[in-house]
Design a protein around this ligand. Sequence first.
Ligand code: ZN
Length: 282
Amino acid sequence: MRACPVCGNSTNQTDLWNMSNIARCSVCGLGYVKRLPTLEELAAIYAADYWNGRKAYTDYLADKVGTQLHFKHRIASLRQFSSGGKLFEAGCAYGFFLELAQAYWTVKGVDFSEAAIAYARDTLHLPVEQGDFESNPPEPNIYDVVAMWDTIEHLYDPALAISKSVEALHSGGYLALTTADLDALLPRIQKTSWRMIIPAHLHYFSRQSITYLLEAHDLKVVHFSHVSYYRSVRQMAQIITWNKPDSRWRRQLQNQIERLPFMGSYIPLNLYDIMFVVAQKL
Ligand SMILES: [Zn+2]
């Protein structure tokens, strides 16, 4: 089994919730897959309808309005630290964040998904590139902000990604990220059925392990909170009827729900299991 990629401990781990494939480091608290998937396996995981799929996102493109609602809050929070300059986003997906962020910063981004990058580049006309962040890092010492929304848990080497982010920032610049919180109440109750336990997630952080990782790279944590995500009533209805077998009552229920006038409304939902962390380069 591999050593903990955050603290290097190789002798002291347990299985996370008795899952044989995920270890939990007893030193820094990181949860991590014991065997990293190969690039081919990872491509298969993402190709399996990741963006439009049932597991991670009900329909990422169709939900642009909701996604940009929580990004507006993220930008308002970020602007308390950085009012302008250059911003780089690692894992920019379809560019929904960069499209809003370019009102305040000169933006750039990278993402692993070719389909997502094609949309960001060709439809939103954003300066983005396809590739993995660790081997396509931004230019050093020029960025005011590096953002990583729900990305670090997907990366092969989170420590390398943080080190590349720190190199990209000028002194005093900010790294801002969101990721799932393994020590939150919800995962402690739901354990293996927590919605964050999916094959695309290779690392599971907590406040303890993310702080350990950031401080090890000369970053000082200046903000920590749990953030809301906007969900439409339609999405919540889909989530409720998620894995239920197709049946007449379910179709009837869905038809009834679809007729409700507030189906398209968005509601902020905070399950207190997604951390928002801002850290400053010393
Ligand atoms: Zn560790």
